[in-house]
Design a protein around this ligand. Structure first.
Ligand code: S3P
Length: 451
């Protein structure tokens, strides 16, 4: 398939990545998924017109855009590619007249549960088969303490209904496990409560919500509580002003071309405009520990977030022990890190990852099965993976079940490029969740795919 064919080819079917000699070129990763959800939601809670450039136009972000529209905000794309969001003000959303189908979007639904908790009507949420399997009680628990009422299938799953609290009470909530989604749900609910709402996290998680709340004019304070714990507080019932947001490239999407190039000696790839928030750069640190050549240039700040261009050159990598405390900063990148480990010399040990079983799929099981089917030595543990690479190309030759999981799909296509015999995936459609144009971008760098 040539580049023109790749451009016209919908990513909706089984797909095979062929072995590739080297990758070369300059690309931009699509907009950051976490930041895109937050821009649409906070734009809808502000008074006036928010502009968002570089918004991720994927299944997940569009589910959040549609939900905000159902709540009465307006979100639309201009001919210039810039999104304009007309918000209703904090507490000003209207009751949706339909069930909000969040598709595959875990972040979208959990953040919107916080917003819904602040409105004294009932919101109904559902999602696709993957999202309906994922736990929701973790976000509902603190929102119940604040006065919202939830009815969830089986007590913990979608579909669910939430009736907002009247009044909603400010709380101090200590996260039982690190989760930026739960922290964000509580902070978004806290916007609707009188007084100050505080979330205490003992392990730091991504802080995009805190950063963006400030950009919209909210009063957010962060206090060190010792032993690495931090308390994030938001003052309730502010008037949020409109903002102009530039969404950086998603480091979790940049991860795929970066790992592919890093593992192919002779490759030279630059990914421009990537978000390098320190809470998102765990993969890049681990790749560097493994001997990869990564350079960060043109470092700048855009819309309250650090951004850089990342240059990667291919090298022979070595296995490492990944520090478990790096997990919150690496969390979505373990599938593709396991692929890098399969190409490295020696053992790579990844621990502290029980949460991975609760992502879009059980990622520990999905990755272990996919690697084993492609001739890679892998041990699946309760909370981690041990991958033993033999240096050089892993065999490949298998077909991987993607289990409605976009990152499993892309990770195994990358394995195919790096393998001796190529790798097939059963369904490429989930890629649209976070990385529309993945095949086109990788083809532009020299990768080859076939049906
Ligand atoms: C996200 C937080 C993380 C991450 C997810 C996006 C966010 O989930 O895995 O893809 O945007 O807040 P948890 O909050 O469950 O750790």
């Amino acid at each position: 398939m040539d580049r023109a064919q790749a451009a016209a080819w919908p990513e909706t079917t089984a797909l095979r990545a062929r072995p590739c000699d080297r990758l070369e070129g300059v690309v931009r990763a699509p907009g950051d998924k976490s930041i895109s959800h937050r821009a649409l939601i906070l734009g809808g809670l502000a008074v006036g017109e928010t502009t968002v450039s570089g918004l991720l136009e994927s299944g997940d972000a569009m589910a959040t855009a549609e939900a905000m529209t159902a709540y009465g905000a307006e979100a639309s794309r201009g001919a210039d590619g810039v999104w304009r969001v007309h918000g209703c003000g904090v507490g000003g959303l209207g009751e949706p007249d339909r069930v909000l189908d969040m598709g595959n979007a875990g972040t979208g639904v959990r953040l919107l549960m916080g917003v819904a908790a602040g409105h004294a009507f009932t919101s109904f949420f559902t999602g696709d088969a993957s999202l309906r399997r994922r736990p929701m009680a973790r976000a509902a628990a603190p929102l119940r303490e604040m006065g919202a009422a939830f009815l969830c299938r089986g007590g913990d799953r979608l579909p669910l209904a939430v009736t907002g609290g009247r009044p909603l009470l400010p709380v101090e909530y200590r996260l039982p496990a690190p989760s930026a989604q739960v922290k964000s749900a509580v902070l978004l609910a806290g916007l609707h409560a009188p007084g100050v709402t505080t979330v205490v996290e003992t392990e730091r998680t991504r802080d995009h919500t805190e950063r963006m709340l400030r950009v919209f004019g909210a009063d957010v304070t962060v206090e060190d509580r010792g032993d690495g714990a931090r308390a994030v507080s938001v003052a309730g019932q502010p008037e949020l002003g409109p903002a102009s947001i530039r969404v950086p490239g998603d480091p979790s999407s940049a991860a795929f071309p970066v790992v592919a190039a890093a593992c192919l000696p002779g490759s030279s790839v630059r990914v421009e405009g990537v978000g390098v928030n320190p809470m998102r750069t765990g993969l890049f640190e681990t790749l560097t520990d493994m001997g990869a050549t990564l350079r960060f240039g043109n470092e700048r700040e855009e819309g309250g977030e650090p951004v850089a261009d990342i240059e990667v050159e291919g090298a022979e990598l070595s296995g490492v022990e990944v520090p478990p405390e790096r997990a919150p900063r690496t969390i979505d990148e373990y599938p593709v890190l396991a692929v890098a480990a399969a190409c490295a010399a020696g053992r790579t040990v990844m621990r502290g990852l029980a949460e991975l079983r609760l992502k879009e799929s059980d990622r520990l099981a999905a990755v272990a099965a996919g690697l084993a089917d492609n001739g890679v030595a892998v041990e699946e543990r309760d909370d981690g993976l041990v991958v033993t690479g033999r240096a050089g190309r892993p065999p490949g030759g298998g077909t991987v079940a993607t289990r409605l999981d976009h990152r499993v799909a892309m990770a195994f296509l990358v394995l195919g490029l790096l393998s001796r015999h190529g790798v097939a995936i059963d369904d490429a459609a989930p890629i649209d969740t976070s990385f529309p144009g993945f095949v086109r971008l990788m083809t532009g760098l020299g990768a080859a795919f076939s049906r």
